[in-house]
Design a protein around this ligand. Sequence first.
Ligand SMILES: [Zn+2]
Length: 223
Amino acid sequence: MAPDSDHLLNPKSKRRGTLGCLLTFGCIAIPFVLFFNGITWLWSSPEGEFLVVAFCVLIVLLSVWEIRKSAAERHDLDAAIRQIKVSDNRFDYFIGDEDYTPDNPKERLYRKMFHFPLFEVYENSCAKCGDDKNSLEIDHFIFNKSEGGCFIMRRADGSLVNNAVPLCETCRKINSVNSYRDLYSKEELLYLFQKNLVMTKKLNETKILTPEGHVIEQTELVN
Ligand SMILES: [Zn+2]
């Protein structure tokens, strides 16, 4: 008989299982019983009543303090994101017909000039999961292709905004069917907007688009 089936049919092992359950139950039940007996015992004297009430008040105060602390941390995180996030209103950007097509001139320019800086900023890791092996590629960050999202977004004042992140194959699949708000947690967004600021600065350091938004050919580039 195979060792596994022998183990399953061995009544001794079943007894050990029952004993284990009893021990677990005892470990949980005994402290509860002792706790409630202690409360009952304390409640039988005026001093004990005071101690029980003080203990309950302390627990309530600690809970309120913890809830307020979590809310304050969330508020701080929201404020930090608001300070560094770029507009996610697509009407703040010039979006042309060609922006809806993959591998348009602006995206080709981005791949040519900013592929390595982008990967360097993200330390050659996926912006979502941090994986550095699962075939990283450039993907859209805030606006996806169906919204006219380009790796380079042009604002009304002519300034450029980076809309590209390196993503692994798995995260690219998730990104293709989710908005950036659904894909990233608030902590991740704070990290991404910080990285995006660095890339946005790089985009604006070099004249890569004409005022009309056309790509300036590589030979005409002014550094
Ligand atoms: Zn990933």
